[in-house]
Design a protein. Structure first.
Length: 509
């Protein structure tokens, strides 16, 4: 075995042991050394090292089955390894090795999974993703537009012969077995989809982090070591891992758009009231919606047509940007957002986005009113149960519900009036042929070990971006188009009421 293959197998041993010092050693110390995985490209040893240090537990266990060598020059070679992971999925790892005075070092590497269905492996973090799974858990109709599609159902939707857990073991313990499917679940099953499993949610869906004190934090394969976003983090993680093709989820204040942004997925929040919510455990009915997460925008549009029961779509002809809203995101997000907007317009054959004022000086008042009404409705839905189960919820979640308990009638009335004015303004600002572009979140996913204050600060900042669609009941689609330090951030499209399919068509460009 020559010194090149010796170097390769030493690198593999370091990878298996998650030996970060040794892994740093084997990558070339050059600013243009790069590592790519999926659609993430890391450039320079510092960025590569930082990525490894945020990846909880290191790389998934794997076996190298074959190594192919192409010698380009005496001191330059390409190695391609065929790998088998513990979950049965296969992958390819291609590396460019260069010999320097210090020996062979990797100058470029690309890791890819071979397309195909994967299943969760022991130790993969699947326990924080799924409450129940099956092969499938529930089979769909034998034929239909979604035949063969696997769905991760958020644990708020009724699934017949199962209980609804709502992200809380005390709730689950008292829940009755559901006799019928939720309406959205039934529509997807009738279209041929199978339910792969019931996925965890943040407690009673009142969070945007994806962390659950009872079941853990679902892993985010698009940003290892970082939260998946909530409250649909379980379905988002399942889809991002390839354990499901679609996630049936909910969005009240951003619970589809945020995990889509953090996990590099497409996410659709529908026009309020257009997708049936029968059999869905409510949080704040004035804002609750049932929508979808997916890796494939074409599949997302097909499934949305099933839930909406229509396939027509008047095209979007105008794109608009509000600089005030863009400025709410981190500076690096803003730079990536500007480039993504140009690229979207070019691919869609539309003029560059116009700059208009969608938000007003009242944006903070709108957000305060939204949070007041949301909390009041959430307490109305679940306050009695919370009073009977003191300490059953995480303190920060319980505090959000408690804020709704303390809203006076006059305060609630004033907040509702403010929201009515905001809806009227937004209805005029966004005509039916226009899509507003804005960052889906203010930044990339925070680390899983971020403190409660940091998570709450991120939540508050993100709500300024997500609240507009929630307040006005507008459709919104998150696209995985932005990159910040190698991590995904979503580009969000918001349209007028009932322009869902037009936005989803635009997302396929």
């Amino acid at each position: 075995m020559d010194d090149l293959l010796n170097a390769f197998w030493s690198y593999e041993a370091a990878l298996a042991a998650d030996d970060l010092t040794a892994l740093d050693h084997w990558f070339g110390d050059s600013p243009d050394t790069l590592r790519a995985e999926g659609d993430i490209v890391l450039t320079g040893p510092a960025a590569i090292a930082d990525f490894r240090r945020t990846r909880t537990g290191g790389a998934p266990p794997r076996t190298v089955e074959r190594v192919h060598e192409v010698r380009l020059a005496p001191d330059l070679a390409v190695l391609t390894a065929e790998t088998l992971r513990a979950d049965g999925s296969r992958g390819l790892q291609t590396q460019v090795w260069q010999r320097s005075p210090e020996g062979w070092r990797i100058r470029a590497a690309h890791v890819s999974a071979v397309p195909g269905r994967t299943v969760q492996a022991p130790g993969s973090g699947a326990g924080a993703v799924w409450r129940r799974t099956g092969e499938p858990l529930v089979a769909g109709a034998p034929d239909g537009p979604l035949s063969g599609v696997r769905i991760a159902v958020k644990d708020l939707f009724a699934v017949a012969r199962h209980r609804t857990g709502a992200g809380n073991p005390a709730w689950l313990a008292e829940a009755a077995v559901e006799e019928t499917h939720a309406q959205a679940v039934r529509l997807l099953l009738d279209a041929g989809a199978d339910i792969a499993g019931i996925a965890h949610t943040d407690e009673l869906a009142f969070s945007l982090s994806g962390a659950n004190v009872h079941y853990g934090t679902a892993p985010n394969p698009a940003a290892p070591g970082r939260i998946p976003g909530g409250s649909s983090g379980g379905p988002a993680s399942a889809v991002a891992h390839g354990w499901a093709d679609l996630g049936l989820a909910t969005d009240t204040a951003g619970s589809i758009r945020v995990p889509a942004s953090y996990c590099g997925l497409y996410g659709w929040r529908p026009t309020h009231g257009t997708v049936p919510t029968g059999g869905l455990l409510a949080l704040a009915p004035s804002f609750d919606t049932a929508g979808l997460l997916a890796r494939d925008p074409g599949l997302l549009r097909t499934a949305a047509g099933v839930l909406l029961k229509r396939t027509d779509a008047r095209p979007v002809r105008h794109l608009v940007v509000d600089d005030r809203l863009t400025a709410l995101a981190e500076p690096e997000v803003q730079a990536s957002f500007t480039a993504a907007c140009r690229a979207l317009a070019l691919r869609a054959g539309l003029p560059a986005a116009d700059r208009i004022a969608v938000a007003t000086d009242d944006l903070d008042d709108w957000l305060d009113a939204f949070r007041t009404v949301q909390a009041a409705q959430a307490w109305r839905q679940h306050g009695a149960w919370i009073d009977k189960h003191p300490g059953a919820l995480a303190p920060e979640v319980e505090a959000r519900f408690a804020a709704g308990r303390d809203v006076p009638a006059e305060g609630l009335g004033a907040a509702e009036k403010t929201l009515a004015e905001a809806r009227a303004h937004l209805g005029v600002a966004l005509p039916p042929d226009t899509a507003l572009l804005l960052p889906a979140t203010g930044g990339s996913a925070p680390p899983t070990d971020a403190g409660p204050r940091e998570v709450e600060a991120v939540r508050a900042a993100t709500l300024r971006l997500t609240c507009l669609a929630s307040i006005a009941g507008l459709p919104s689609v998150a696209l995985p188009r932005l990159r910040v330090r190698g991590l995904p951030v979503g580009l969000c499209l918001v349209g007028a009421r009932d322009t869902d399919l037009a936005l989803l068509s635009l997302a396929t460009h």
